[in-house]
Design a protein around this ligand. Structure first.
Ligand code: EPZ
Length: 419
């Protein structure tokens, strides 16, 4: 199993390009199942989860070609089956996103129930309830969701929880349903808006994406289009923290400052100097130690749960004490015990971590447990004294494109070893 070796202590400096967003490209690739004609998706990040999604669609008979610039051409006219195998779905929960499109376009789908994962049980009950309200017959048997319908009908849905992929699944299904659907308590994440913009480019009639009430007027068919994926706000936030934790000064390009305001405000409070333009952000920590900052995760536009582990690492070496409350997932502090091995002073009580910053973390062998926890351990390694070894880095490859190459470009001493 590959590992990452990181020699800490060097402030990061230089420019880095941000890739397309994992959590935008996954629903957009699922949405291609709705299109009568070929689709071309650009700015696709080179990630394991994208490869997995291509395998999922390919197994159904969908034709996919990818060029050297990571643009993907998709033609669903060759589709033969409407089945998402367990061995694919168990590696990527977001496979559930094919359920809505398959039902809406073909009237049938068999999709493996996504297991839970390290950070929580991750149920999909709200996805299924919404599709049933739109007229789908759904039976869960043998670990699979067996779904069928005539043409879906528009429905007025009030979501019990704000769910990102739940909102996306139902918005895609509603796009081809008969009549109008309203999704209340919808997720407002920028990736939901990016999916809506792609669906609108395909001919969908959607209002209110980005707000908590999305209205979809169903149409008879959707056509293929060309669409370029939104920049990854979590990759952006991760590199911003990499600069802040090492006292460095970096410029991020091909990103969008307006989709991670809550993160920028926290970094400003931590003592970073931040400037930005239409598609770039510059952060300078002036070789200073960050100040501790309290945070509480919540659905967009509040502070994102996908940035919690990275800010736990930042607070672990900051001046002062703070509390970090994780309100979205039930078990998203697994990075804490790994950071404690590096000398971090963190106490977890329920869904809150109390973090007292230490002057210096010490390198140690640590183990990644989930995607964002892996990123936080790399960040801790960048500032720890000595050589940190991060194991099980297959987690990191699911969601970060060429992370060590990008960090090396910024002056980090990091390399991947076979095992
Ligand atoms: C999306 O996951 C993201 N993944 C996650 O990113 C992200 O952490 C999460 O949204 C929250 O922002 C993708 O977009 C592919 P949820 P999702 O449904 O949609 C409960 C990463 O690191 N819930 O918004 O699966 C659920 O238990 C990943 O990139 C139900 O109860 O998350 C959780 O407590 C990790 N029933 C809350 O809602 C449901 O049917 C939010 O989950 C669905 C969700």
């Amino acid at each position: 199993m590959e590992k990452l070796l990181i020699e800490g202590g060097k402030p990061l400096k230089g420019d880095v390009r941000i890739s397309g967003a994992k959590n935008a490209v996954l629903p957009i690739l699922a949405a291609t199942l709705l299109a009568e004609g070929p689709m071309r998706v650009a700015n696709v990040p080179h990630l394991q989860d994208v490869t997995t999604t291509m395998e999922l669609l390919g197994r159904m008979g969908v034709s996919l070609t990818i060029d050297e610039h990571m643009n993907i051409e998709i033609d669903t006219s060759t589709i033969e089956e409407f089945f998402a195998h367990y061995e694919v779905v168990k590696t990527m929960r977001a496979s559930i996103l094919v359920l809505g499109p398959l039902l809406a376009r073909f009237g049938k789908a068999e999709v493996s129930l996504p297991g839970g994962c390290a950070i929580g049980s991750r149920p999909v009950n709200l996805h299924l309830r919404g599709l049933e309200a739109m007229g789908a017959d759904i039976e869960v048997k043998g670990g699979y969701i067996h779904a069928s319908c005539d043409r879906l009908k528009g429905a007025h849905l009030v979501m019990d929880n704000v769910t990102v992929t739940g909102t996306e699944n139902l918005m895609m299904a509603a796009s081809l349903a008969e009549g109008t659907s309203v999704i209340e308590n919808a997720a407002r994440e920028p990736e939901v808006t990016d999916l809506a913009n792609c669906l609108i480019a395909m001919g969908a009639n959607i209002e209110g994406a980005g707000t908590d009430t999305i209205t979809v007027h169903g149409v008879k068919e959707l056509k293929g289009c060309q669409y370029s994926v939104l920049a990854d706000r979590i990759e952006t936030g991760t590199f911003l923290v990499a600069a802040a934790i090492t006292g460095g000064h970096i410029k991020l390009k091909d990103t969008q400052p307006q989709i991670l305001e809550s993160v920028l405000q926290k970094l400003d409070r931590a003592g970073a100097s931040i400037t930005s333009g239409h598609d770039w952000i510059e952060i300078d920590m002036h070789n200073r130690r960050p100040k501790s900052i309290n945070l509480r995760t919540a659905p967009y536009p509040a502070f994102p749960t996908d940035m919690q582990a990275q800010f736990t690492a930042l607070n672990a070496v900051a001046e002062g004490s703070c509390t970090i409350t994780e309100s979205v997932f039930e078990n998203r502090f697994m990075h804490v015990q790994e950071m404690q091995r590096m000398g971090a002073n963190i106490k977890v009580e329920g869904n809150t971590a109390i973090v007292t910053g230490v002057e210096q973390l010490k390198a140690a062998p640590v183990m990644a447990t989930d995607l964002r926890a892996s990123a936080s351990l790399i960040l801790a390694g960048l500032v720890a004294e000595g050589q940190t070894v991060v194991d099980r880095i297959y987690h990191i490859d699911r969601g970060y494109e060429c992370i060590e190459e990008k960090l090396v470009q910024l002056g980090a001493n990091i390399r991947r070893v076979p095992h």
